[in-house]
Design a protein around this ligand. Structure first.
Ligand SMILES: [Zn+2]
Length: 97
């Protein structure tokens, strides 16, 4: 308990080492992988980022993992739009020509 109190006090009075004028640089280092949305790279869904993305989303023109692509394809609004636009599912497996 004593440690928690002391720790809490330290946190509450500590300022960013970069000063108040600048945002905490820690936040700017949380970047997405460079291969996000690329064929064979990381899944384009930010909450996923699974490697080996090889499903092409014809709307976002990015690549997704199988799980995300199949999930996107099950959405009935996506499905109807995709069929109207392209005559096939929103996401299709393989590299888009
Ligand atoms: Zn994914």
């Amino acid at each position: 308990m004593a440690f928690e109190t002391r720790f809490g006090k330290l946190v509450s009075i500590r300022k960013s080492p970069w000063g108040r004028r600048y945002p905490n640089p820690v936040n700017t280092t949380i970047n997405f992988p460079a291969d996000k949305g690329e064929f064979g790279g990381s899944c384009n869904r930010s909450a996923c980022l699974a490697p080996g993305a090889n499903w092409y989303n014809h709307s976002t023109r990015k690549y997704y993992c199988r799980a995300c692509a199949e999930w996107l394809n099950t959405d009935k609004f996506n499905k109807q739009d995709a069929l109207d636009l392209w005559g096939h599912d929103l996401c299709t497996e393989g590299k888009h020509a």
